[in-house]
Design a protein around this ligand. Sequence first.
Ligand code: GDP
Ligand code: MG
Length: 666
Amino acid sequence: MILALAGNQNSGKTTLFNQLTGSNQRVGNFPGVTVDVKEGIYRADKSIKIVDLPGIYSLSPYSSEEILTRDFLINKHPDGIINIIDGTSLERGLYLSMQLLLLNIPMVIAINMMDEVYANGIVIKTDVLSEFLKVPIIPISANKNEGTTDLMQAITGLVSNRCSPPKQDFCSGAVHRTLHATAHILEDHAQRANVPASFAAVKIIEGDEPMMKDLALGKNEKDMIEHGIVEMENELVLDRMAAIADMRYQYIEDICKKAVVRPKVDKHHAKTIKIDNILTHKILGIPIFLSIMFFIFWLTFGVIGSFLSDLLSGAIDALAIIVSKGLTSFGINPVVESLVIDGVFAGVGSVLSFVPTIIVLFFLLSLLEDSGYMARVAFIMDKLLRKIGLSGKSIVPMLIGFGCTVPAIMATRTLTSDRDKKMTVFLTPFMSCSAKLPIYAVFAMAFFTQYRALVMIAMYLIGILLAVVAALISKKFVFKGNPIPFVMELPNYRLPTVKNTMLLLWEKTKDFITRAFTIIFIASIVIWFLNKFDIRFNVVQDSQDSILAVIGSLIAPVFTPLGFGNWMASTALITGFMAKEAVVSTFAVLLSTGMENMSVPLATVFSPVSAFSFLLFTLLYTPCVAAVAAVKRELGTKSMFVVVLLQTGLAYTIALVFYQLAMFLG
Ligand code: GDP
Ligand code: MG
């Protein structure tokens, strides 16, 4: 039995999915967190499969995640639908329900966030609603796992009895007549296309292109239908879309009048408005946002994060010394000892020590998102982003990009126009992902000790600045036209739940640690090996003679004009393409040092100027393999090459200009 979870964005689908299946999918107080179809098995009955779908407002899709949901519902024919509605905005939820009811699939409506509904003093008479809509209405609180068992009982009961919602009319008058006439005309086509005729009729009247294609109507039939629709438009003095929408809202208004009692003053809502008046203020909004971001970065790099990371790297170095002593007294072969200490400990340890910094960064960012503030940021940034040719919605992938470019590129699926999506994908690599953080930190520590935090923040800012410039240029020459107007529901402010926050942190940490012990582990061993032996596989005395030095020296001249034409830097950049953390671990292995005293040997490889040039290059050059693959998935092979070449070309140019200027100015 396959059950689909369908509902508006941010209505709690993923929360419910997690409760029902025991999985830990990402939940966020932000529209567009789920952009993929996720499947899970119901905890209490393994024969039931539950599918979490991206949120939608209507079954007429615009963005690729909406198309996913629609395709799933219409073409995959789930056995049942759990339609989940945010009880605090019932009307908007019901707008979708009215379309789902036509699909002829057993369905229940779950009214979620009942805790907030109670707290606001709203009364929803579920029995009255149920009488009108003729499907079970179950109040739940997904967060607290209340009502979910009843919900599952209701839907499984309906599915076993194949009890689809009975056919009923939501309308009268002109729309009603047109609907029925249309349904009549396309009935046999609908049957062949395996969609309910009444649903097909509504979609055709709304001018839905994919449905038009699926039905394959003849010319006469099309004309006949068009005729009826024009008749209706004339009679109602509304265009077709508006007529249908109006019909739905009319019906919803009617039933809500009977089923919902609202308090005179909605305290919760009043509070939200008060907060919004400040946070989304016309003039203050952006400075507040920038201050918050600055504060977050400052805490991460300047205060807590780097302090904890220093502690951890000290501990790792100490452990390395103990292990080294143990191995020596055991009398182990010095080459093996070198493998363990100079290879694994140096490489993996250098990356691991950044776990605390990353945790702090993600903790703070997740607070912003879960509280509902991020949605406001999208709102206040919209006007500014519009100037550079993006819409407010693009801010989401960009901010996710500070964590990792891969999910950021996936998040562009929420963007409704191809133009906006492409442009956003091209710009996300400018946002420094968290894997670059160790690079900045190590170099800032080694060469700009006093201005450590400042240099790190500068790297982030330079990335953003260049993104703006790139956006302006591409707006002029490549992505002409305007971004899609911005419509986004501002979610209620919510206290982030401890569980969600912990879950997110755990996922990020796990991810980072897993990478340290897989890709970085292997890369460290390979680098160690290539650095330890010469081309005749003798252990080298001086790493200048190693295989790696030979390979690296071949590429190094390319980087000479940028100031870092040495084989170590070239090697680090190449491994950095696998994963950006590998840049740091490579240096750690090559210089065979722990994190704490990496500064000294690094200074033999770089001067402060060439170090900064190197930082600029790593900030901008090609995203890592995983991110490049994500670009390919979203936009295709050609765009993938464009991203790689553009980024690398830009990185080269900027670093070149910087280094040459700096040399020239002395
Ligand atoms: P989705 O976009 O539909 O998948 O929604 P999510 O599952 O990501 O949830 C959106 C937000 O609503 C998150 O901040 C959840 O913590 C919150 N949420 C979900 N269920 C409840 C509930 O029953 N009560 C309250 N107060 N918040 C909830
Ligand atoms: Mg979701």
